[in-house]
Design a binder for this molecule. Structure first.
Ligand code: ZN
Length: 286
């Protein structure tokens, strides 16, 4: 079985019976349930055969799914009770069932085949559908995911670029830095809350918003990062790196807010920015 962020599918493959099938499951189904449903489907297929075999072996790479089916603990997961009932029915019609764990991704052919079937079903969804009921845990995690999406879309109504570019909540790794002082500085620059003269001016209209080095410009993050002549010699490496990668020398790109750029490049830009902040000394003004 396999998952992508929105779809869960599961698959069964039997070389002996020359049988294969894949199913798209209810949105929000966990990988654990998908494993259970695959086992339950395999058992049902055997049970529905005209000639019941004396013995059936199911191979699964999910030890937790196997343990759950084999244990006697009560469950609210339908696939578990489904599998248990079918094992009991098989037993009463003379078929002994064993469920065997196999390690995944170790080129066991049947397992690889089932993985491929599920992955294809996930992307193309041209097989069957199973409208399985979600367990309580799955409903909770689905609700949480929806809540996160709602929160994010509410946050994104604010005008800040650092929020608007977000496609999900959580940490963007190149926005952090091991050095706490640098990390704080990066965060202030992205959020637009810093100790530069332009921000002081927003709080105190009598203060002077212009460059502290006497250049005729408002001292904001753009001035500091891109144009202030005082720090021009410290920008050289950052400028060269960006032009070498055909990237614009502008604030969003430098601050890691251009999410179209690949992570490797983002980390390099961040490191060069950190060097600029420290070497020019501007880290102490932000
Ligand atoms: Zn300046």
């Amino acid at each position: 079985m396999d998952t992508d962020p929105t779809t869960t599918a599961c698959a069964v493959y039997s070389p002996t019976l020359n049988f294969e099938n894949a199913w798209t499951l209810t949105a929000g189904t966990s990988v654990f349930s998908a494993e259970l449903i695959a086992i339950a489907q395999a058992l049902k297929h055997i049970y529905n055969l005209d000639d019941h075999p004396l013995e059936v072996m199911i191979f699964s790479d999910s030890s937790s799914a196997i343990k759950t089916i084999m244990s006697a603990t009560q469950t609210n997961n339908e696939a578990v009770s489904d599998a248990r009932e079918t094992i009991a029915s098989l037993k009463s019609s003379g078929t002994a069932t064993s469920i065997v764990w196999i390690p995944s991704h170790t080129w066991i052919e049947g397992n690889e085949k089932a993985d491929r079937l599920a992955a294809t079903e996930c992307t193309k969804q041209n097989g069957n559908k199973i409208a399985n009921n979600l367990s309580a845990e799955e409903i909770i995690s689905l609700t949480k995911a929806n809540w996160r999406d709602d929160l994010l879309s509410t946050l994104r109504q604010c005008q800040k670029k650092c929020i608007q570019v977000r496609t999900r909540l959580g940490v963007i790794k190149w926005h952090q830095h091991n050095n706490r002082k640098i990390s704080t500085c990066l965060h202030r620059l992205r959020a637009g809350h810093h100790y530069l003269n332009s921000f002081r001016y927003r709080i105190d209209q009598e203060s002077d918003p212009s460059c502290r080095h006497g250049f005729e410009a408002t001292e904001n993050s753009q001035h500091l990062l891109l144009t202030c002549p005082k720090h021009e010699n410290h920008r050289t490496r950052l400028r060269l790196f960006l032009s070498g990668n055909h990237l614009p020398f502008e604030e969003d790109t430098i601050l890691g807010l251009n999410l179209a750029i690949d992570p490797r490049t983002q980390f390099k830009i961040r490191n060069l920015l950190a060097n600029f902040l420290v070497q020019s000394g501007v880290i102490n003004s932000i």
